[in-house]
Structure formats: structure tokens, C-alpha cells
Design a protein around this ligand. Structure first.
Ligand SMILES: Cc1cc2nc3c(=O)[nH]c(=O)nc-3n(C[C@H](O)[C@H](O)[C@H](O)COP(=O)(O)OP(=O)(O)OC[C@H]3O[C@@H](n4cnc5c(N)ncnc54)[C@H](O)[C@@H]3O)c2cc1C
Length: 379
């Protein structure tokens, strides 16, 4: 009989909810605790490459995501004025019934995962977190911030980039690193010609469009911030739209059209520094394991952060289902996950370096195409 029958998932985001669903499908009892009392997410969207769709299909949610998103074939690369440079199609690795890629709004993906967790009958509590953990040979005693407590066979830390579980159980000095770039995003009506990801390479900046629904796409800009505006400096919130437009000044063609027509409301601008992290192996201590951004956070260049979190969930549930001691299951999880997540972080970082310094001659289109082939390998 599997050694793990009762699991606590800390964090009700993409990785934690996927893990809860995958474990409930195998009859494991699951409690989820989410610190955000509203249990909501901010706007914009998620790119779902074929390997993410495959992982979602494995937990029964591939079809729903495609139905509620915008399925498409690949990416197109342009210069800053909108002249086509390369067309990179992707494979249908999730099966002939699934597209090579899908775009979906983050709130829609969150709702699909939340509904599946509720249907699975996992226990969900919001507005609280873990206050203390004590590991024993046969389980983990957990105290929560609402003065309740519980005993679990395994605790999954799925609490994101600034993970509390990582700081409680792993090296507290492990901190995300600033990659050198910041990202701007804004949801706008979809232009008819944006039927796949469109990337526009400027001088040390990259703009792009990602379709999210028949009537919606987002525009993004990834850049090294100017020296007078480092990422630690807070930008005036009421001027974000104006600053975003200024940063897009060098672009012509469809980027200029969207910039001038739609980027008007500062409250709708999502601006974030790009931070990355790779926890050295193993990602478990005793009966506590990290998944998703808590263990490995990538820059967004090949759209793989959420994919890696969902794949973690699928692989962890598969290994825990086996009739082996917990540490063997967690070690097998590590063997299947570490190199793949490291590869995603390394390729994404290389593309980012090439964007900040074009003299490096890094071919983003070629690297994106190669990474899709590598990530098509079974997990
Ligand atoms: C702007 C942006 C755009 C992105 N676009 C893409 C994309 O297009 N494609 C893609 O694949 N990836 C994308 N990513 C990456 C992707 O969002 C992350 O890799 C993914 O969300 C990781 O999932 P996670 O569950 O590990 O963390 P999260 O989704 O961050 O979830 C963590 C959850 O834990 C909760 N939490 C935090 N602390 C605690 C605590 N102490 N106790 C309990 N709960 C806690 C949080 O409230 C949250 O609900 C993007 C990221 C950003 C920031």
C-alpha cells in the first residue's frame, strides 16, 4: 500500500491545486491551505505550451482549458517594425485532439483548477498558513495560524516564489535572484492577425502579443529597465500606462497600433521584475517537499513556469502512488524533475541575456524551437 495517505498542500496556486487534483484522483486525502483570504489571482494570461496541455490532460483538465482559451499553432518572430523574421510551428504532443499551444487568462485557469479541487472533495481553507512544522519518523505535525493543528504523511510546499515552507524547512537564505529584466503586460482586444504568439525584437527590448480568447490578447514588453528607473524603485502608479507607452516608443507596426489605441488605463498595467530561483537538490527534507516556483522559478521567455509546476504535480502523484517508502518516492520525483526544470531556467535565461545584449548573437527563435522539441520528451 502507498506510504502516503494524507497530504497537506500549502499554497492554492497553479502547482498546489494541480497536486491536490492529481492526488485526489488516486484516493489520497488532501487538505489545501491558502494564505490569501480571497483566493484570487491578478489578470493577464498564461501561455500553455504543448507539454503544459499534456500535463493538464493527465489531471483531466486539458480539454476544459482549450475550450476556455485560445488554441494556436506556434510563434512568429518579427523585427521592431513588424517585418516577419521566422515562423516557429509547434507539435501536437498532447495528442491529435489537442492544439500545439493554448493561451488562457490567468483567472480562467485559476477558476478551472479551483472547481476541479472542489469537485475532488479536497479540503480547502483560505486566509491561513502554517505556523510550525515538526517532522517525526512517520509523519509531520503541523500547526496553523488559526490555532488548529493536523498530522500528515507528507507536506507539499506549493507556496510560490517567496515560499514560507522553503524558509522554514530548507536553507532560509535561499532567495530569488533578479534576472536583470522587468516585464510589462496589459490585456487588449485581440487583433485579427494575432492567431499565435507574435514576438517583436527591438534594441535591447522585446514586445509581444499572446492570444487568450477569441476577443482578447495581451501585449507584453520585456526589458532591462533604464538606469534612472531600477526595478527596486517604485514607479508612480497613476503614470504606469504613460511609462509603458514610452518604453514601447521604438516599435512600429501592430505594436505601435496597440500602444496608441489601448494602453490608457494605469490600473490595468501589470509590471513586475523577473526573478528566478533554483533550489539545489533535493527538493525534500524528510516528509516535506517543494513543487513549482517554491523550488524552481524561471523567467518567462519560453512560457514554462506554470508548465513545470503542473508537471511536478503529475510526476509527484505518480511516484507517491507506488508501494515504496516516502523517501524513495521523493527521490524518484527528483530524478524525473531536476534536470528538466534546470534546462527550462537555463534556456530562458540565455534568451533573456540575448535580449539585453544583442551582440551575444543569441537566436531566440531557434532556442524556442529547440526547447519545444526537448520538452516534448515524456516526463
Ligand atoms: C506575470 C507573470 C506571467 C507569467 N506567465 C506565464 C506563462 O505565460 N506561462 C507559464 O507557464 N508560466 C507563466 N508564469 C509563471 C507561472 O505563473 C508560475 O510559474 C506559476 O504560477 C507557479 O505556480 P506555483 O503554484 O508554484 O506558484 P503560484 O502560482 O505563485 O501559487 C502560490 C500560491 O501559494 C499561496 N501562498 C503564498 N504563500 C503562502 C503561505 N505562506 N501559505 C499558504 N499559501 C501561500 C499564494 O497566495 C498562491 O496562491 C508567469 C508568471 C508571472 C509572474
Amino acid at each position: 500500500m502507498p506510504a502516503v495517505r494524507k497530504v497537506l498542500v500549502v499554497g492554492g496556486g497553479i502547482g498546489g491545486l494541480s497536486a491536490a487534483i492529481a492526488l485526489r484522483k488516486r484516493g489520497v486525502e488532501v487538505d489545501v491551505v491558502e494564505v490569501n483570504p480571497k483566493w484570487d489571482v491578478y489578470g493577464v494570461g498564461i501561455i500553455q505550451p504543448a507539454n503544459q496541455i499534456r500535463a493538464l490532460a493527465a489531471i483531466g483538465l486539458g480539454e476544459r482549458c482549450v475550450q476556455e482559451g485560445y488554441p494556436f499553432e506556434g510563434s512568429r518572430f518579427f523585427d521592431s517594425q513588424g517585418n516577419l523574421l521566422a515562423d516557429v510551428p509547434f507539435e501536437r504532443i498532447a495528442g491529435p485532439e489537442y492544439p500545439p499551444m493554448n493561451g488562457i487568462t490567468r483567472p480562467r485557469l485559476h477558476r478551472i483548477l479551483q472547481e476541479a479541487v472542489k469537485e475532488s472533495k479536497a479540503g480547502v481553507r483560505t486566509g491561513l498558513t502554517v505556523s510550525a512544522l515538526e517532522q517525526r519518523d512517520d509523519g509531520v505535525e503541523v500547526e496553523f495560524t488559526d490555532d488548529t493543528s493536523g498530522r500528515y504523511d507528507l507536506v507539499i510546499g506549493a507556496d510560490g516564489l517567496y515560499s514560507l515552507i522553503r524558509s522554514l524547512v530548507f536553507d532560509p537564505d535561499l532567495e530569488p535572484e533578479f534576472s536583470g529584466q522587468v516585464v510589462w503586460r496589459y490585456n487588449v482586444p485581440r487583433l485579427p492577425e494575432v492567431d499565435r504568439i507574435c514576438v517583436f525584437q527591438g534594441m535591447k527590448r522585446k514586445a509581444g502579443f499572446v492570444p487568450l480568447a477569441p476577443d482578447l490578447m495581451y501585449i507584453l514588453l520585456i526589458e532591462k529597465p533604464p538606469s534612472d528607473s531600477p526595478p527596486g524603485k517604485k514607479l508612480p502608479e497613476d503614470r504606469l500606462a504613460e511609462i509603458f507607452r514610452e518604453r514601447l516608443a521604438e516599435f512600429g507596426g501592430p505594436v505601435a497600433e496597440v500602444r496608441d489605441r489601448y494602453i490608457t488605463d494605469s490600473s490595468k498595467v501589470v509590471y513586475r521584475p523577473v526573478e528566478t530561483l533554483l533550489v539545489p537538490p533535493p527538493w525534500y527534507r524528510g516528509r516535506v517537499v517543494l513543487v513549482g516556483d517554491a523550488a524552481h522559478a524561471t523567467s518567462p521567455h519560453i512560457g514554462q513556469g506554470a508548465s513545470m509546476a503542473i508537471e511536478d504535480a503529475v510526476v509527484l502523484a505518480e511516484e507517491l502512488e507506488k508501494d515504496v517508502p516516502v523517501h524513495e518516492a521523493l527521490e524518484a520525483f527528483m530524478r524525473r524533475r531536476y534536470e528538466r526544470c534546470k534546462y527550462v531556467i537555463d534556456v530562458s535565461a540565455r534568451i533573456g541575456r540575448g535580449e539585453m545584449d544583442p551582440s551575444l548573437g543569441i537566436d531566440a527563435a531557434a532556442l524556442t524551437g529547440q526547447s519545444a522539441v526537448v520538452l516534448a520528451e515524456p516526463i
